[in-house]
Ligand binder design. Sequence first.
Ligand SMILES: [Mg+2]
Ligand SMILES: [Zn+2]
Length: 178
Amino acid sequence: MRNNYIVLDRDGVINVDLFDYVLENKTFEFEKGSKEAIAKLAQKNFKIIIATNQACINLGLISAEGIKDINNFWINKVRENNGEILHVEVCPHKKGEDCNCRKPKTGLLESAEKKLNISLKNCFFIGDKLSDLECAVSHGCKPILVRTGYGAMTEADPFPNETKVFDNLKGAVDWIVD
Ligand SMILES: [Mg+2]
Ligand SMILES: [Zn+2]
């Protein structure tokens, strides 16, 4: 059986992008079909790594612990629906802080690889922003754009031409596993 890793952005892919930060559990709303898509990945033996920029932490809007709590909240919902998230990587930095983890930089992927002793090269990476696609390409992942969140806007501008585009996470996952 295959045991593949897959990288997912969070906001605009798994949950509805508020075009603002998710600072409370109650504003974390799953995109239509995303929980089912995650369950399908688990069923097909894909291990999910989340790579998410959360500048709200260093903007002082929420603590790193607060973001962890929100992630635990939705990951529990995913588990109740037979899904699983293997690992979460969060960049807390603001634009302009020049860290090496804020996407499109690849530090989140390198950190996950180091902690889990795995390689994410050639894995699918699903996101809704150009920064996700660029991060994927820089690291040697296969970029997938979804039209949810910022995706429709991302699609309207130039993006890496090896990118596959789907309406949402469910569409992307159906294509990957079927
Ligand atoms: Mg996003
Ligand atoms: Zn960072």
